[in-house]
Design a protein around this ligand. Structure first.
Ligand code: NAD
Ligand code: UD1
Length: 342
């Protein structure tokens, strides 16, 4: 069965491609390489023993995208391709609407012109909930107006995908609202490749530990939480990748038309920034240089998932320890460092 993975050389896409291949799916990857490296393709092969079909295409180029659908019959599409920096989206909103929404519109137009039934999984984010009133956050929690254009593109894409499933006879879809993915593949052959100074916590921690950054600033310790630092639901990248396989398998079994649903993907457990930092130090036997700084603009206090819906409906559960994700993240940073040295 053929699955198209857009943005498949990126962080989550590459880990998902591996899980799909390991489950016997025939994977084709499209990526523009705007935020990824072609070497990831070789490393997917090194891990799985399979050479994946790859096309360097920007999804905004509709004709090129269309030609891939003319040459293949896909049972599923996992749509990761998007830009993901909140701060960049604030500085350049047009780029985010063009790239993230434009790509999704092209993909949907092409799917609607096809005869075969296509099952689509869309990468959404817990960011759509903003600061939820009730924790843990379940799927009935309202989707708020977004503070950043990035968040707005996730909200819009969810809406246009849902609308398309209502109109079309050949599209069923699921949006997965990820909480905070961390960690790398156990082989250290693939992992997160942040561009420049990382915005996200774990790459900042590992880059500080390796000496690439002087110190980690913890953004505020005066929040109303157990130690004053913000709470997030960190999820092991392997678990997140497996959630996509489970979601595709679930959609493949659905006989009815016009199916659309959305699910939280997290562990259901919240950790504070300080708890995560201490866990990193303990599991990797490292002393991290950090200080408490000011709050970061736009940060929500606490977000962790109620995962009952995805657990019950799709049968997926997070299995891997967060401490293991922190171990793999550190091994990955060491690997990147050894490559830098050569
Ligand atoms: P990533 O940047 O590592 O991967 C995205 C990939 O898409 C990259 O390889 C990039 O080159 C490619 N891409 C971007 N625009 C493209 C286009 N127009 N055409 C073709 N390829 C394009 O990011 P990621 O962390 O793997 O995120 C994957 C998806 O998950 C994104 O949609 C992101 O918004 C979403 N998401 C990520 C997180 C997270 O914390 N990483 C959380 C919630 C949601
Ligand atoms: C960020 C994005 C969100 C996206 C999510 C997953 C913002 C405002 N939100 O969320 O849209 O869906 O990533 O990719 O950028 N922290 C520090 N020091 C650092 C970095 C982070 O203390 O150097 C803290 C943050 O204040 C936060 C926690 O660590 O409390 C996690 O931060 P981060 O990894 O950026 O994820 P989110 O803020 O959840």
């Amino acid at each position: 069965m053929k699955i198209l993975v857009t943005g498949g050389l990126g962080y989550i896409g590459s880990h998902t491609a591996i899980e799909l291949i390991n489950k016997g799916f025939n994977v084709t990857i499209i990526d523009s390489l705007v935020n990824s490296n072609i070497k990831v393709l070789d490393n997917i092969e090194n891990i799985t023993g399979k050479r994946v079909e790859f096309h360097k295409i920007d999804l905004r180029s509709k004709d090129e995208l269309y030609s891939i659908f003319q040459k293949n019959i896909f049972s599923g599409v996992v749509h990761f391709a998007a830009l993901k920096s909140v701060s960049e989206s604030v500085n350049n909103p047009k780029l985010y609407y063009d790239n993230n929404v434009g790509s999704t519109e092209n993909l949907l137009d092409i799917i609607s012109s096809r005869k075969e039934k296509i099952n689509l999984i869309f990468s959404s984010s817990c960011t759509v909930y903003g600061q939820a009133k009730k924790l843990p956050i379940n799927e009935s929690s309202p989707v708020l107006n977004q503070e950043s254009p990035y968040g707005e593109t996730k909200k819009i894409c969810e809406e246009i995908i849902q609308n398309q499933t209502i109109k079309s006879e050949n599209l069923n879809a699921i949006s997965l609202r990820y909480f905070n993915p961390i960690g790398a593949h156990e082989s250290s052959l693939i992992g997160e490749l942040p561009n420049g100074i990382p915005d996200n916590l774990v790459p900042y921690i590992t880059q500080t530990a390796i000496g690439k950054r002087k110190e980690l600033t913890i953004f505020g310790n005066d929040y109303p939480t157990r130690d004053g630092t913000c709470i997030r639901d960190y999820i092991h990248i392997k678990d997140l990748a497996e959630a996509h396989v489970a979601a595709i398998e679930y959609l493949l079994k659905i006989k009815k038309q016009n199916f659309y649903d959305f699910f939280n993907v997290g562990t259901g457990k919240g950790l504070t920034v300080l708890e995560l930092v201490k866990m990193f130090e303990k599991i990797n036997n490292i002393k991290l240089n950090y200080r408490i700084g000011d709050r970061r603009n736009g940060d929500i206090i606490s977000a962790y998932a109620n995962t009952k819906k995805v657990n019950k409906t799709i049968g997926w559960h997070a299995k891997n320890e967060i401490s293991n994700a922190l171990k793999t993240a550190w091994k990955w940073e060491l690997k990147l460092h050894s490559l830098d040295d050569n």
